[in-house]
Design a protein around this ligand. Structure first.
Ligand code: HEC
Length: 171
């Protein structure tokens, strides 16, 4: 198959996927798994070219330092979080989840990720401290860049799609 056809087909798969995820409440449900013809195209097209990342290498390096200073004590130096992150502890709070693409963080579009770090988890009944008074918007973005550099391409692609979708819905 020539390159042009591959491009058109994988674009179709991406568009099909975004149509599915529109109906989903992506915060509470697992990501939509493509069904039927979309799934068939999806399968036959692997490996799909990786989506271009929004951040630079410089941001990732700055973010790593900031993450180790501000976040690692809870989310672990490699962002792997607490293995029991799904179970509330004795105080009825959730432990710090992994941020490395294995848990839930990638279900949140960019503005929500930024907001969680800025405001912390307390307003939502959680226990993560707020960093809005301590870190600038740029520093928070650098940290998120480092966090996302741990996400495999397939996870990153789904997140990028979700973030684009959220921006469109906002109008
Ligand atoms: C004192 C411990 C602690 C520190 C420090 C901390 N977090 Fe958290 N974080 C948590 C907990 C606990 C949660 C789960 C939600 C809650 O209880 O607030 C969480 C949730 C999150 C989430 C949402 C993940 C999801 O799957 O929904 C993100 C993103 C996040 N933290 C990023 C960060 C970043 C970035 C930093 C550093 C700037 C940081 N956290 C520092 C404890 C912490």
């Amino acid at each position: 198959m020539n390159q042009k056809i591959i491009l058109v087909l994988s674009l179709g798969a991406v568009l099909g996927l975004s149509a599915c995820s529109e109906k989903d409440d992506t915060d509470n449900k697992p990501a939509a798994v493509p069904q039927g013809p979309v799934a068939a195209i999806h399968k036959s097209m692997r490996p799909v070219a990786p989506v271009k990342r929004w951040y630079s290498e410089a941001q990732v390096s700055r973010g790593e330092v900031l993450f180790q200073q501000n976040c690692a004590e809870c989310h672990k130096p490699d962002a792997s979080g607490d293995p029991n992150w799904k179970q509330v502890n004795a105080e009825g709070k959730l432990p710090p989840p992994p941020l490395n693409g294995t848990a839930h963080a990638w279900h949140h579009p960019m503005p929500l990720l930024q907001q969680i770090v800025r405001r912390g988890g307390v307003p939502m009944g959680g226990s993560m401290p707020a960093f809005g008074g301590k870190l600038s918007a740029e520093e928070i973005n650098d940290i998120l860049a480092w966090v996302q550099s741990h996400w495999p391409d397939a996870i990153y692609a789904k997140w990028a799609q979700m973030t684009a979708q959220a921006a469109r819905n906002k109008g």
